[in-house]
Design a protein. Structure first.
Length: 302
């Protein structure tokens, strides 16, 4: 297991505790730490844990550093602010044992997914109706235009689900993938590093999500996070980068930019309407910041 972290002792300790309760324990755990000070974590007895210091506080760099420091055949990357169900690792390993052709296995995020109406569908349906695209609405798919249909709509209890991309919150990789690819260190901000890695490897390696390997994402506000506005603007910039460099069919970004512009306008309008209806202020502020991020990102030139 590779845990990349920055100034999050509380969350790392919680994660290590949930790993210690697994039905199958990992051979080793590497904490790749870029914190400002030397943090002493609470290591549960019986776990083989080592800490590697990273001079660079950057997720993709830290993941690569973790990979370089292990000789294990299966490498599980886990965000530091998650809690695993007790059979999480067992289910991940079971997938690899049964399907040798599968190279990347993602886990299922209980408190983020299984939404019946997730926002991406509305804008994609509009673009399909207007004839700008004919995109799939399946969670985890990527259209020819480069639109990612987020995993929010993915249902529980459906076993192994083939996907075009994985969530960076938790995913396991066969070491053979790293003989050909590394995590892209030119993607130096949050908001799309998992999708860039997925598209990089997609022509050579298969990705799935095991919906029985479950975890909760705690959304820690500490650490090395960007603001809501910057994070969502970066999401658009990175998706434009993906479409230009790792397209499924063509590298045009026109439809993708239109998609994010309309998605941003929809979010801004929803946030403003929420203020008038006196709905949760914090949620409306987040919607407006996300919307501005998406809309402004649609005009990015790099």
């Amino acid at each position: 297991i590779v845990i990349s972290t920055f100034n999050r002792k509380k969350y790392v300790d919680q994660l290590l505790s949930s790993i210690n309760e697994q039905t199958f324990l990992p051979n080793e755990i590497i904490i790749v730490d870029s914190s400002n000070e030397n943090i002493s974590y609470d290591y549960p007895a019986g776990l083989n844990i080592s800490k590697v210091y990273s001079k660079v506080a950057q997720l993709t760099h830290q993941r690569n550093l973790g990979v370089k420091n292990t000789k294990c055949d299966l490498i599980l990357h886990i965000d530091d602010d998650v809690i695993l169900e007790s059979n999480y690792i067992e289910n991940i390993l079971d997938t690899f044992d049964k399907y040798n052709e599968i190279d990347v296995v993602g886990g299922y995020i209980l408190n983020e997914w299984d939404e019946t109406n997730y926002r991406n569908n509305k804008v994609v349906r509009l673009l399909n109706y207007l004839g700008f695209s004919s995109d799939s609405l399946l969670p985890g798919s990527v259209s020819d235009a480069g639109i990612f249909i987020e995993l929010n709509g993915l249902k529980k209890n459906i076993g192994i689900y083939k996907t075009d991309f994985i969530s960076g919150t938790s995913f396991a990789v066969r070491s053979r993938v790293y003989k050909k690819y590394n995590h892209p260190e030119n993607i130096n901000k949050y908001g799309g590093e998992d999708k860039v890695f997925s598209r990089m490897i997609s022509k050579n390696f298969q990705m799935v999500i095991n919906t029985n390997a479950r975890l909760k994402h705690l959304f820690a506000q500490s650490g090395n996070r960007d603001s809501d506005y910057t994070s969502y603007k970066n999401t658009v910039r990175f998706n434009i980068y993906i479409q230009k460099n790792f397209p499924k069919v063509h590298s045009s970004t026109v439809v993708l930019r239109v998609y994010y512009f309309l998605l941003g306008i929809d979010l801004i309008a929803s946030g403003i309407l929420g203020f008038f209806l006196l709905v949760n202020t914090k949620i409306n502020i987040n919607r407006i910041l996300r919307g501005i991020g998406y809309s402004s990102g649609s005009f990015s030139i790099n």
